[in-house]
Design a binder for this molecule. Structure first.
Ligand code: 1VU
Length: 311
């Protein structure tokens, strides 16, 4: 009897993997660009490594929530080339984190991220290199958004340019009272290139996206909440070590959505992701497959046995 139940579970897990693999296949294995688009990631990585500085730090916690820190404070956490490569590496680690449920993305030392490192931008300001960096970052940020984790950007201080784009690669954005998200691209004679425009339209609608990009508007906490770019407010820190306090608040905020068994939380993200990205009939089939992995599973049986009430 136990063996039979175990076999059923294994069968369901392999189906689940199949459905996820199908979703990922539909979405070009999580990436947007490959060799068919004349994109050579190895060559781009080598080029980016020529612009060092800062780091991307990852802390995977036992509670299933990881913390990703954009760490280049002397440049307001701007992305150097090597940080772009490190971000891709950290996303790969998170894709393989079987115990993961949530992710907080934040910046070191009181500010979020001021976009690309302008020193690197100046050095690669020709269209070919710009396009390569753009494809590399689109791939990485698309994979970040597609992680089977519920993610939140904790915006303290400034999220400018590519930093603003990075916030849109998370499922949620929460903001401290001094937070600002600003797509400054227009001031730089640019539009977003890391996928930030496409994601912004899906988050706030095309009218608001036009206003934010066309006007390079500063989005503070109040305006962000009003247009739906920001999902939650963090209280002004009382103590000196504000970063910890805000991180604790962010973890508390996120844990509302990550409470419960890992397979259930990962399944929640998967059905929402497929609903967001796939045509309806494909999304429905994926939902059916994911549902099948949970029905009659340990969490479901335990809930049934406990005759839980939801009032
Ligand atoms: C994908 C497209 C893109 O992301 S393009 C890049 C878009 N970002 C920008 O243009 C940001 C430019 N920076 C700024 O507007 C200001 O530095 C902001 C972030 C508002 C901070 O101002 P403030 O508080 O007065 O500090 P500050 O200007 O003295 O900056 C401190 C040090 O950090 C540096 N920094 C800042 N941002 C970047 C950046 N993106 N790339 C390289 N360095 C950056 C500043 O140059 C300054 O350095 P230093 O102390 O003068 O050596």
């Amino acid at each position: 009897m136990v063996l039979h139940a175990l076999k059923q579970q294994l069968l369901k897990s392999s189906c689940a993997f199949g459905s996820w693999a199908r979703l990922m296949q539909t979405q070009s294995s999580g990436c947007v660009y490959s060799s068919t688009h004349d994109f050579n990631p190895k060559e781009v990585r080598e080029k980016l490594q020529a612009f060092p500085g800062g780091s991307i730090d990852l802390l995977k916690q036992d509670c299933g929530i990881a913390i990703l820190t954009i760490n280049n404070p002397s440049r307001m956490n701007a992305f150097s080339g090597s940080m772009m490569v490190q971000l891709e590496e950290k996303v790969s680690l998170l894709e393989n984190w079987s115990d993961g449920k949530g992710l907080i993305v934040h910046g070191a030392e009181g500010t979020f991220c001021s976009g690309s490192d302008l020193n690197a931008v100046r050095a690669i300001s020709n269209p070919q290199d710009g396009m390569k960096m753009c494809m590399f970052m689109q791939n990485t940020l698309t994979r970040l958004l597609r992680l089977p984790l519920i993610s939140v950007a904790l915006v303290e201080g400034k999220a400018l340019g590519g930093g603003a784009e990075l916030t849109t690669a998370c499922d949620f954005r929460i903001m401290a009272s001094d937070g600002v998200i600003q797509f400054v691209h227009r001031h730089m004679g640019l539009v977003p290139g890391w996928g930030g425009a496409a994601r912004l339209v899906r988050i706030v609608g095309s009218q608001n996206a036009l206003k934010l990009l066309g006007g390079a508007v500063k989005v503070d906490l109040e305006f962000g909440l009003q247009i739906g770019l920001v999902d939650g407010a963090l209280e002004a820190p009382q103590a000196q070590d504000s970063a910890d306090t805000l991180l604790e608040q962010a973890e508390c905020w996120l844990s509302r959505y990550t409470k419960g068994p890992t397979p259930v939380i990962q399944a929640v993200k998967r059905v929402v992701l497929s609903g967001r990205e796939l045509p309806l009939s494909d999304a429905l089939r994926t939902e059916k497959d994911v549902f099948g992995t949970l029905w009659g599973g340990p969490a479901n049986l335990q809930a049934l046995a406990s005759k839980s009430k939801h009032n």
